[in-house]
Design a protein around this ligand. Structure first.
Ligand SMILES: Nc1nc2c(ncn2[C@@H]2O[C@H](COP(=O)(O)OP(=O)(O)OP(=O)(O)O)[C@@H](O)[C@H]2O)c(=O)[nH]1
Ligand SMILES: [Mg+2]
Length: 369
């Protein structure tokens, strides 16, 4: 290769790398694979090459002219967006709601720690006494953002525009352990440091991991400390087949389920009407499913009749992260599911004190398949 040609090739490559960096794609995959060397060689001569502008944004932005959904910032200010059965509008927050909403907010702001990541059930350390709530939903539905909003932080769970970002179950400890019954601690076990655990999970559907379904089904069926699941639906609330499969798995595992619609802010000014339509389509599905279950997974006991909506993104939240966007209402619903009775003062419901059924060490569990 002549010196001039070598120089030109070097220049082309360095331009491409700069593009890769500025557009946020790694040089190993998208930029390299989509801009083939042939297309570069054919389209750019030495003179044009010198004038080639350095891209400041993704070179593909012009290829995807998808309009941004309208954001309704008024949604960010609401402390609860809850659709009760037989109501087409969100229930207003009353004076009586305040003490319990505040108690839940206080609990979630007490303390927080990232505890561990687990890719399989056997990687979860034994936990017999701290209630766990698992957050489930399709890829990109907003699970990690939702966890951050619950914690009132922007950086606890990693969020990405790219679907399939969370690839393991990531476990967070929240709140003080003062209400946990320490009598259930076995010899050699560490005393609890938190009153609740929240589990961020990999999304299912687009770009999901193939063995995820098996892992979560094991988790739902075998984890003694699991008190409930929050199933996030996309803002339009349209259930995909994968959502239905997960719902069925929750029903079969008799796991208490709370439905939360995400990204309410992107629905525009008629958000309440659109959410109400989604709720109207979700409840009959839940009723139909619970009619086929004989294990007690019924309205009220198996799934929570109130359907919530959130705007966990909350970029314009007036008082700070987690004070609006419907998050306080969901915090209270989660604590209720975990077994906390939220009056003026937090009390623990009796069923949280003692779990029924045999306590089996995870090492001794025999899996069905
Ligand atoms: N406008 C708006 N955007 C949101 C909201 N919640 C999440 N997002 C955005 O949706 C994208 C996906 O959010 P994530 O929280 O990473 O979604 P995820 O469900 O954890 O995704 P995976 O881990 O890939 O399954 C990010 O770009 C978020 O900023 C919301 O309430 N409003
Ligand atoms: Mg995530």
């Amino acid at each position: 290769m002549s010196g001039a040609l070598k120089y030109q090739r070097g220049l082309r490559l360095s331009r491409l790398c700069t593009n890769a960096r500025t557009c946020g794609y790694s040089t190993r995959n998208s930029c390299w694979s989509q801009l083939s060397p042939a297309s570069l060689h054919n389209s750019v001569g030495p003179k044009q090459l010198r004038r080639l502008p350095v891209l400041r944004t993704s070179p593909y932005s012009t290829l995807s002219p998808k309009p941004k959904p309208l954001e309704d910032k008024s949604v960010h200010r609401l402390s609860s967006i809850c659709f009760k059965p037989n109501s087409k509008t969100p229930a207003p927050v009353t004076k009586e709601d305040r003490p319990s909403l505040n108690a839940a907010d206080k609990f979630f702001h007490q303390r927080y720690a990232f505890l561990y990541s687990a890719s399989e059930l056997k990687n979860h350390p034994i936990n017999l006494i701290i209630p766990e709530i698992v957050i489930l939903g399709r890829s990109n539905v907003g699970k990690s953002t939702f966890i951050n909003a619950l914690l009132g932080r922007s950086d606890a769970a990693k969020v990405s525009k790219k679907a399939g970002h969370t690839s393991t179950m990531n476990v967070f400890g929240i709140g003080s352990p003062e209400f946990i019954n320490k009598d259930l601690l076995e010899k050699g076990m560490r005393p609890p440091r938190h009153g609740l655990r929240l589990l961020d999970t990999p999304g299912y559907g687009f770009r999901s991991h193939t063995d995820w379904g098996e892992t979560i089904i094991k988790y739902l069926n075998k984890r003694k400390s699991l008190r409930g699941a929050v199933l996030l639906y996309n803002r339009a609330g349209q259930a995909h087949d994968t959502d239905r499969n997960v719902l069925k798995a929750l029903a079969e595992a008799n796991c208490k389920t709370l439905i939360v619609l995400t990204k309410a802010d992107t629905l525009g000014p008629s958000w309440a009407e659109k959410l109400s339509q989604s709720v109207e389509s979700i409840r009959p599905e839940l009723r139909k499913l619970s009619a086929t279950q004989e294990n007690g997974w019924k309205e009220g006991t198996g799934w929570v009749p109130d359907v919530y909506a959130v705007s966990a993104g909350m970029r314009s939240s007036p008082k700070g992260l987690g004070t609006g966007g419907g998050i306080p209402g969901v915090r209270r619903a989660i604590m209720d599911m975990a077994g906390y009775n939220l009056q003026e003062k937090i009390e623990v419901k009796p069923e949280t004190i003692a779990y029924d059924g045999d306590v089996v060490s995870f090492d001794n569990i025999k899996w069905k398949s």
